[in-house]
Design a protein around this ligand. Structure first.
Ligand SMILES: [Zn+2]
Length: 244
């Protein structure tokens, strides 16, 4: 972004009021603030243009999930629950979670994105004596954020070490009343939220699972493959166009 000509990049201007000079925010400040929040959110470029509007809801539970995302954005930051999107690969769970984060940032609020697998790699590599960051530095950066997207949460086999780290992370986020947006891949055949609770408990233990159920609304998204369905709908549209 080029330097503002009004304030010369200072983001403050001087204004006269009742004979005194006051420093007030320049009109460029808000735009700069959003730019800063965006760069600090670490949203992968692939997801930066995701919005609720450009989520293509095909079946009824995608419509419900989309509505839940819109409601969340409308209510934020006056909200005391997060969303936990569960479903098979390709239904757009990450699209909705990152759409919420992008839109909340556009509204001027802070939030961060992290990929669960990458987070574990980062924490593990922090044990390396030559690492630039300690485990605490990595985690405290995340814990400071009022809103946190964790993509592909607990998707891999959970070792004792991961479970210990995870319990610590969730407990801290719970105590700090942070708002979580989670996504996880799960086979939705005959899935119910109770069954999901059981499966998640198997993966990550009762303590973490019950905390998460307290912190988040579970949003199941079942579907045949979203990309495949979308492709076929798109294909139909194209062939219709050709006929007319
Ligand atoms: Zn300015």
């Amino acid at each position: 972004m080029k330097k503002c000509e009004i304030c010369n990049g200072l983001e403050w201007i001087l204004k006269e009021k009742d004979g005194t000079t006051l420093a007030v925010r320049c009109e460029c400040h808000e735009e700069k603030e959003i730019e800063r929040l965006t760069s600090e959110a670490h949203i992968p470029p692939r997801y930066q243009n995701n919005r609720v509007n450009n989520y293509n809801a095909i079946n009824s539970n995608q419509v419900i999930a989309k509505k839940a995302a819109s409601n969340f954005i409308e209510e934020y930051p006056f909200i005391d629950y997060g969303l936990f999107f569960i479903g098979p690969c390709g239904v757009g769970k990450t699209h909705l979670a990152t759409a919420i984060l992008n839109e909340v940032i556009q509204n001027g609020y802070e939030g961060k994105f992290c990929d669960f697998g990458q987070l574990l790699v980062q924490i593990r590599s922090s044990y390396n004596p030559v690492s630039r960051f300690s485990e605490m530095e990595i985690l405290s950066e995340l814990f400071r954020s009022p809103l946190l997207v964790v993509d592909d949460f607990a998707c891999q086999r959970v070792t004792d070490w991961v479970l210990e780290t995870l319990t610590y992370i969730i407990k801290s986020l719970y105590n700090e009343r942070r708002v979580l947006l989670l996504t996880t891949n799960i086979n939705m055949q005959e899935m119910t939220t109770d069954l999901f609770f059981e499966q998640l408990t198997d993966r990550i233990g009762y303590q973490v699972t019950s905390r998460l159920y307290e912190m988040c609304h579970i949003i199941p998204i079942e579907s045949a493959d979203y990309r495949k369905e979308y492709a076929s709908v798109y294909h139909k549209m194209q062939s219709k166009k050709k006929k007319t």
